[in-house]
Ligand binder design. Sequence first.
Ligand code: 4AD
Length: 471
Amino acid sequence: RFCPCATGRTQQYCTSAKNISIRDALTSLDTGSNIRIRGWVRSVRSQKNHLFLHVSDGSSLQPLQVIANSDLNIRGLTFGCAVDITGSLEKSPSQKQKVELQAQRVEVVGECDPVDFPFKIKERHSLEYIRQFPHLRCRTNSFGSLLRIRSEAAAAIHSYFRDNGFVQIHTPIITSNDCEGAGELFQVEPSGNEHSSDKENPHFFSVPAYLTVSGQLHLEVMAGAFPAVYTFGPTFRAENSQSRRHLAEFYMAEAEISFIESLEDLMKVMEDLFKTSTEHLLSQCAEDMGLFHKFISPGQREKVDLMLKSSFNVISYTEAIDILSRNSEQFTFKTEWGCDLQTEHEKFLVKHCGNVPVFVTDYPYDLKPFYARDNQDQPRHTAAAVDLLVPGVGELCGGSLREERLELLKTRLARAGLEDTYAWYLQLRQFGSVPHGGFGMGFERYLQCVLGVKNIKDTIPFARSSRSCLL
Ligand code: 4AD
């Protein structure tokens, strides 16, 4: 079959057919042009002597309608198969799309048995259902949208930090510290003694090494030389939790700012990061966000709009405990001063604040890790730490001012028996120490919050959690 472009080449090899993404084809004004698309068939129906296909290639939620003459005799054309198509892009007579592709050649590149394929034509499968097929779920509309949104959200977070003068630091994934001190570490086991020259000591690193739970301490190193730094990468926690908001491997955006003296300044950055990234998503991923807001979590768009137009609330931990104690009969866990806030408490506080995000500040000193700054002047012993709680999720960000005073830090580390382990960290306070602070925002929880997704496993390409590591 020769291409109509008069180059004398067969259509398959004709270079005059421009390779184009479906997203670009859908917005192209170049009707009459000869184009080539490659993708997967989302629907197929025949009418009179024509075949009507919807083809997707991952570049947009909306598929491209392709019309092929039945006499093209396309073998293996079914829902789910992979196709390579050339044809002429034409204005569509239908209201549903601006353009359609009049196919001159349709080649099935990879067949798909629709009986065994777990997704069915025209059916809306739940996120829970498609989660069972981590190797195939990217082919569904909903997960395709999620992945495009996730990619754009990551870009928005990087842009936010870059636009505001933060330097990106690639903090290590393998580390010898347990930043949070919560003991939820995945130890990096030596694979044997083949790496070691010392047969007596088969350990690769010669010290215990773990997958990082947070890049914070490495960012603090850099905050000794830069005004503002950030990192955005995978983080690991061996939390034995089956909850809908915990993963064993998740992404965290972390910031550290030098010369910052109040939690207010830190909260401003958290709120600004949340709002700027979310506005970016609403404008740049309108169609994909619409799929979630209309079909998966109806009503979520209004909730997001409310978060964007409201100033986030600020309450102290002590105030939070007062509010919770007045409603203690509603909770399973106790609500006394000194106790950690549980998910049920966090959700209650957000509701209590009108479903607008709320910062909870100044936690009991003993609840927070060694690095949190001591609020010495308060009647109860608290640390300058803050958590941001958001609707539907609870805790989204955790942050604090860091203890920059050498003697106070030394005392705290000594009490925990960690003075030697963190000798290098103490040195940061010995040589040009400055007030500084930072926070971490869980990326998957952020996506849960803006999309209204109930289970965190539906926000990450390949979820890892306790007793679940498919693929
Ligand atoms: O509150 P966290 O533990 O704070 C830190 O790790 C600080 N060192 C960050 C910093 O100051 N640089 O964790 C920060 C956020 C949480 O608020 C939550 O959103 C997310 O990380 N997170 C998880 N997300 C998914 N699964 C888990 N198991 C998570 N643990 C924490």
